[in-house]
Design a protein around this ligand. Structure first.
Ligand code: NAP
Length: 270
């Protein structure tokens, strides 16, 4: 499976690392192009993949072109690739907000897969939500599935409108969870726990809660009630969270991220 990466930043590297870790492909079958030369040299040295000096060379011999640049530079990248791609090549974009329509028109290419991955892909625990244009073949969808499952879980959806929504939940979600983890750790230190111990307690609590939810399949409210004894300590803590408007603030954060993803979609088509 020959894959070219345009943009080898945080997510591009996470994908390259996952593909090689899972032996989905070999270093010789991966090429990368990034405008940042130092970054490219770092990627070449670390993963022994082929790093190309220009964008057309990077994509010339691959089956799949992964677009992993920031939304703000997509228009420029599409201009550079317009008319360069071959009929049978698959374009797989992970760019937030950029629709398959924008990418298809910008590249004058009809085989486009749009994915919203997330950073836990770096440790094989990612969540990738994806969709494909009607011109993408079954074999190309299977290729996409192989690439994405190397990074964790993948979920195909036929309706593209869900991608911007997934961006606000699973795409941005790790940052929300990390912020909560940081705040809980600081709070633990505030009441007197040593920081190392606090970090261990918080990370295992988040991990354990996620596992418990997945393994039991129970509703979060039921799992929450299991921890909450009448008149107990958890009830006191929960009351503070509710008084602080934690549900409303989370809803506002998700709505803001969703609206931003939609606005970025507008910008990346220009
Ligand atoms: N990070 C996440 O959690 C996450 C999650 C889901 C989706 N995404 C999407 O993934 C994409 C990449 O995000 P990222 O976090 O990996 O960004 P990033 O770390 O900034 O990586 C993008 C790379 O592309 C390079 N670049 C800029 N202009 C270029 C050009 N014209 N041609 C080739 N390379 C160019 C950048 O170089 P410079 O640094 O020199 O500009 C940078 O090395 C974004 O579109 C984002 O929406 C990210």
């Amino acid at each position: 499976m020959k894959v070219a990466f345009i943009g080898a930043g945080v997510m591009g590297e996470a994908m390259i690392a996952a593909l090689l870790r899972q032996s989905t492909t070999s270093p010789g079958e991966v090429s990368a192009y990034d405008i940042d030369q130092a970054r490219l040299i770092f990627i070449e040295n670390k993963y022994k993949v082929n790093c190309a000096s220009d964008i057309t060379k990077a994509v010339s011999d691959c089956d799949t072109v992964v677009l992993s640049v920031k939304p703000q530079v997509l228009a420029k990248v599409m201009n550079n690739l317009k008319g360069v791609l071959k009929e049978g090549q698959l374009v797989l974009s992970i760019i937030a907000g950029a629709s398959t329509d924008t990418i298809g028109k910008g590249l004058q290419h009809d085989k486009v897969i749009r994915v919203m991955p997330n950073t836990p892909a770096q440790v094989g625990q990612g969540m990738s939500v994806w969709t494909a244009t009607s011109a993408v073949s079954q074999a190309q969808k299977e290729t996409a599935q192989k690439i994405l499952s190397a990074m964790g879980k993948e979920l195909y959806i036929s309706e593209e409108k869900y991608i911007d929504m997934a961006t606000a939940i699973s795409g941005s979600g790790p940052a929300y969870i990390f912020l909560i983890m940081e705040a809980l750790t600081d709070a633990a230190v505030h009441i007197g726990l040593p920081r190392k111990m606090a970090e261990e307690l918080v990370s295992q609590t988040v991990l354990g809660s996620a596992y418990m939810s997945r393994e039991t399949g129970k509703h979060p409210a039921e799992l929450k009630n299991m921890v909450t004894s009448p008149g107990g300590t958890t009830a006191e803590g929960l009351l503070c969270l509710e008084e602080g408007g934690v549900r409303a603030i989370l809803a506002q954060a998700v709505i803001a991220a969703y609206e931003k993803a939609q606005r970025l979609g507008g910008q990346s088509s220009k």
